[in-house]
Design a protein around this ligand. Structure first.
Ligand code: LAC
Ligand code: ZN
Length: 463
C-alpha cells in the first residue's frame, strides 16, 4: 500500500462506517477469509485493506461512490468459488461482499420468472424454481456456495449448459451499480427486447469489471418430467471420443455430456457411487431429459451410441442420478486433495477438435513431468485440464504455469477459447490479446474506459 492509498483508506474506512454501520466494515484479522477464494490451490492470495458487507443496492452504490471519490480500488465478491482469483483484491483496496443482498423479490411461476438479489445462493435459486414446478438449468459445480450474481458476472456454465446454455442464457434483466455509483436497470422482465444495445449481455461475464450486479430477473422453464443418466467407461480416451461422436450424431439432444480422463477417474474412483470397472480409464456421463415417453424412447438410443464400453450404467431413478451428480461435483475437490496444488486450465475448442485438445493436454503434462487430471463438459468441448503438483516442491507451481501457458497458446491456434466458463480473472491476466484480435481488444478496452474511467473496479481482471 502506498502512503497515498494508505491515508485514503483510513478516511474511507471512517466514511464507510458512517454509511454502513460499524459491523459492516471489516479490517485486519476479520478479513482473512477474503484473502483466498477457490483459486487457492494455484497459489493465489491477496489482502484487501477493507471488506464491506452492504445490505442493499443503495449501500452498494454508496460504497462505490466513496471508493471513487477516494480513488480506492473496489473488488466485488460473491461466494468466492471462482477458480481464477476473480474476487481477490490484488493491490489492496476494498472487497465488497454481496452475501447480504439475498432477497427474493418475486417468483412468478405462471410467467416462468423470478427476481432475486445477487447474493442469493445458486442452489436456493434452483430450489425456488423447483418448488413451483420450474427448472433453472445452470448448475455450476459449487451451487451450494456460489451466488447467482457471481454466476452471472462470470457467465458460469456447468454440465447442463450443453443443452440449456450458460447462466447468461437465463437472464432477462439486471440491476447494476456502475461507476461512480449510479444504479441502472438493463433488460427487464420481457422475454423479448431489442431496444438499445444488449447491455444485459455486456454485464454477463464481465467479471465485476464494468459494474456490480445487485439483482437479477431470471427466466425459467417447466421442470422436465423425466431423465436418464448413462455412465459409460472406456479403456482409453480414443474410444471415449469415438463414442462421444456417436452421441452427437445420434439425433438426440442430451442435457449433458461430461468426461473424466484417466487422472480424474483415478482421483475420484474411490468415491464413485457404485462400482467402476477397473479397466475404465476414460468416462462419459450422458444425460437425457424430457417427457417420460421421450426418455423411454431415447434411453436405448443413447446407450447404443455409447457402446461398446467396458461399463454401461444407466440410472433411471432420481436418487441414483443425484448421487452421480454429487460425485461429479466432487471431482474438483478430489483432484485438489491429491497433492495439495492444482492449476486448472479451463478452455474450449471447436467440437471437432476435442480429442486433439485432450491429447495435447496429455502430451504437455507428460513433457513437463506433471500429473494431469482432466474433466469437464465434453459436449461443449470444454476441458478443465488440470496440472496437479505438490506446492512444497520447489519449481512445481512454475512448471504448472508454464504448461498452462503452452496449452492456452495451443488452444488459440486450434480456434478455441482461453476461458470457457471460469473467466479470465487474475490467473489469466494479460492473456486476452492471445485470443482477441486487435479490433476486438480495442473495443473491450474502450468499454472498460467508458464505464470505469478510473479503472477502480476489480482492477487487473479480464485484461
Ligand atoms: C467443474 C467445474 C470446476 O466442471 O467447472 O467441475
Ligand atoms: Zn466445469
Amino acid at each position: 500500500m502506498s502512503a497515498d492509498v494508505g491515508s485514503a483508506v483510513i478516511s474511507l474506512a471512517e466514511e464507510l462506517r458512517e454509511i454502513l454501520g460499524e459491523d459492516a466494515v471489516l479490517q485486519g484479522a476479520d478479513t482473512v477469509q477474503y484473502h483466498v477464494d477457490a483459486s487457492e490451490g494455484r497459489g493465489l492470495r491477496a489482502e484487501p485493506d477493507l471488506v464491506v458487507r452492504p445490505a442493499d443496492t443503495y449501500a452498494v452504490a454508496a460504497v462505490m461512490r466513496a471508493c471513487y471519490e477516494h480513488e480506492v480500488p473496489l473488488t466485488p465478491r460473491g461466494g468466492g468459488t471462482g477458480l481464477v482469483g476473480g474476487s481477490l483484491a490484488f493491490g489492496g483496496g476494498v472487497v465488497l461482499d454481496l452475501a447480504l443482498l439475498n432477497e427474493v423479490f418475486e417468483v412468478r411461476p405462471e410467467a416462468w420468472r423470478m427476481t432475486v438479489g445477487a447474493g442469493l445462493r445458486t442452489d436456493h435459486v434452483r430450489r425456488l424454481g423447483r418448488e413451483s414446478g420450474l427448472y433453472f438449468p445452470p448448475d455450476p459445480g459449487a451451487a451450494e456456495a456460489s451466488q447467482i450474481g457471481g454466476n452471472i458476472a462470470t457467465d458460469a456454465g456447468g454440465p447442463h449448459a450443453f443443452k440449456y446454455g450458460t447462466t447468461g442464457s437465463w437472464v432477462l434483466g439486471l440491476e447494476v451499480v456502475v461507476p461512480p455509483g449510479k444504479v441502472i436497470s438493463v433488460g427487464g422482465r420481457n422475454r423479448k427486447d431489442v431496444a438499445g444495445y444488449n447491455l444485459t449481455d455486456l454485464f454477463v461475464g464481465s467479471e465485476g469489471t464494468l459494474g456490480i450486479i445487485t439483482a437479477c430477473t431470471l427466466r425459467l422453464i417447466p421442470y422436465p418430467e423425466s431423465r436418464v443418466a448413462v455412465v459409460a467407461g472406456y479403456e482409453d480416451a480414443a474410444r471415449g471420443c469415438a463414442a462421444l461422436e456417436e452421441v452427437l450424431i445420434s439425433g438426440l439432444v442430451p442435457a449433458a455430456v461430461e468426461y473424466l480422463d484417466q487422472g480424474a477417474v483415478e482421483a475420484s474412483r474411490a468415491a464413485y457411487p457404485g462400482s467402476l470397472d477397473p479397466r475404465t480409464r476414460f468416462l462419459l456421463i450422458a444425460e437425457f431429459d424430457g417427457s417420460e415417453a421421450d426418455v423411454a424412447a431415447s434411453a436405448p438410443v443413447l446407450e447404443e451410441a455409447l457402446s461398446p464400453a467396458v461399463q454401461l450404467d444407466a440410472r433411471a431413478s432420481v436418487s441414483e442420478q443425484d448421487d452421480l451428480w454429487r460425485w461429479r461435483d466432487s471431482v474438483t475437490g478430489a483432484v485438489a486433495a491429491l497433492l495439495g496444488g492444482k492449476l486448472s486450465v479451463d478452455v474450449s475448442v471447436p467440437a471437432e477438435r476435442f480429442a486433439e485438445a485432450l491429447s495435447t493436454s496429455r502430451d504437455f503434462a507428460e513433457q513437463a513431468g506433471l500429473r494431469l487430471c482432466g474433466w469437464g463438459h465434453a459436449g461443449d468441448a470444454n476441458l478443465h485440464s488440470t496440472f496437479v503438483f505438490d506446492p512444497s516442491e520447489e519449481g512445481a507451481l512454475d512448471a504448472a504455469e508454464r504448461c498452462a501457458d503452452r496449452l492456452l497458446a495451443r488452444v488459440v491456434e486450434m480456434g478455441g477459447s482461453i476461458a470457457a466458463e471460469h473467466g479470465i480473472g487474475w490467473a489469466k491476466r494479460g492473456r486476452l490479446g492471445l485470443q482477441l484480435d486487435d479490433g476486438s481488444l480495442e473495443i473491450n478496452r474502450g468499454l472498460k474506459q467508458q464505464l470505469d474511467p478510473r479503472g477502480l473496479l476489480n482492477p487487473g481482471k479480464k485484461e
